[in-house]
Design a protein around this ligand. Structure first.
Ligand code: SAH
Length: 394
């Protein structure tokens, strides 16, 4: 336990008093010389009042707050936060079978800034985004396996690409507890192979669960193009929804084989599905107009940082214009942005520009977002990142 204290400049306690969980470096008046990245620090106002404890790190976000009082940040602390997160998912009906896939910890949204944990059946895949969470990884893993008398058997730690590079923590992707048993997880009765070892992020995008269900309801009798398919989540739901045909496209060969494996797992021998390894822009440019009447565009984050917003918006416009121009009359477009740096208004404006460019008649049927296991702390609006629109295109 640390007794290191960071004092804020006059007036800079305001955002913490409004429960925002970050302290920016510019708000700091003084801190001890021997402070290290990942330390648990006390944060006090200019007049010395305790505002809470958090993890210190070098960068513009200097402290990620863990408590708003003097509660020790120890194993009991992590156990309590994880149990809280678990009981929310249970109440949401997400823990229904032994293989359920869901997000257990969504950083600030679960009052654990810098930590992400996805559950795939008996395996938890954990990502630290801050040095403090990296140092706490073993007690967090232990606390995880204590939930519901040891329901989680394996904890895979995967932070090689999520920790600040400059912190030189050299995290190894590895099992901290247990090892590999099965990689099949279940979502709404559908089965998915999840490759947390080599796949992107934690291996599967659980954040599209509700939107995939939505797609299933629109799929009957339609010709579906799932662009940026990754593990084929939307494709599998479209198949179950009764699509006439489904084409999954991704530039990564690895993603295409994951998609094929997931189709085979749920619909063995079904000839309605085809997978193509190709660049999205090339595929959309080459495809004949009217080939599809249901298109999903779920690209990777075009803007990873604020500096990239303008280019990203142009990218979204260009991509959407291509799909809108080619979709069959009466077509449905599911279009998404997972860039945290882009607001839903900016995204909608980019899609609006794409529509205007094609001069087609377009209406918004639904506005989509992230599911309930990716909660947004109301005092931390930055936690909202996924946005989508379902458009009807005449
Ligand atoms: N829709 C997916 C998640 C998409 S992740 C799901 O529901 O799980 C983004 C995917 O876009 C990745 O698989 C990546 O390989 C792919 N990708 C990135 N750039 C691309 C491009 N230019 N053309 C096609 N696919 C691309």
């Amino acid at each position: 336990m640390s007794d290191k204290t960071i004092r804020l400049r006059k007036g800079k306690e305001e955002s913490l008093e409004r429960f925002h969980p970050w302290v920016f470096s510019g708000a700091i008046e003084s801190m001890p010389e021997d402070i290290d990245e990942g330390d648990i620090v006390n944060v006090v106002s200019h007049s010395g009042a305790l505002l809470g404890k958090g993890h210190y790190q070098i960068g513009s976000i200097a402290v990620r707050m863990l408590t708003s009082d003097n509660t020790p940040v120890d194993e009991a602390f992590y156990t309590s936060r994880l149990e809280h997160a678990w009981s929310l998912r249970r109440n949401l009906g997400l823990i229904n079978g032994k293989e359920s896939a869901f997000r257990l910890v969504h950083g600030e949204g679960d009052f654990l800034p810098g930590l992400v944990i996805d559950i795939y059946g008996k395996t938890a895949v954990m990502q630290a985004h801050s040095p403090g969470m990296h140092f706490a990884r073993n007690i967090i893993a232990k606390a995880l396996t204590a939930i519901e008398n040891g329901r989680i058997k394996n904890v895979y730690y995967k932070s090689e690409t999520t920790l600040p590079y400059k912190a030189s923590l050299d995290p190894q992707n590895q099992y901290i507890i247990g090892g590999f048993d099965t990689d099949v997880a279940e979502e709404n009765g559908l089965k998915f192979r999840v490759d947390w070892l080599k796949g992107q992020k934690t291996g599967f995008f659980v954040d599209q669960r509700d939107n995939r269900s939505m797609l299933e309801r629109f799929s009957k009798g339609r010709k579906v193009l799932n662009m940026f398919c990754y593990t084929g989540g939307f494709s599998v739901y479209a198949m179950r929804g009764g699509a006439e045909k489904v084409v999954s496209v991704d530039s990564s060969e690895k993603a295409i084989s994951l998609t094929e494996a997931n189709i085979a797992l749920n619909f063995p021998g079904d000839t309605r599905h085809e997978a193509v390894a190709e660049d999205a822009f090339k595929y959309l440019s080459a495809m004949p107009a009217g080939s599809f009447d249901l298109i999903v565009l779920d690209p990777p984050a075009f803007a990873k940082h604020r500096s990239a917003i303008r280019n990203a918006l142009r990218g979204y416009q260009r991509l959407n214009a291509k799909a809108i121009e080619k979709i069959a009359p009466g077509g449905i477009l599911f279009t998404f942005s997972c860039s945290q740096a882009i607001t839903k208004e900016q995204f909608r404006l980019a899609v609006f520009s794409a529509c205007a460019q094609t001069r087609r008649k377009v209406r918004i049927l639904h506005q989509l977002t992230q599911p309930a296991d990716h909660p947004v702390n109301i005092y931390h609006p930055e936690g909202e990142y996924l946005k989508g629109l379902i458009l009807y295109i005449e």
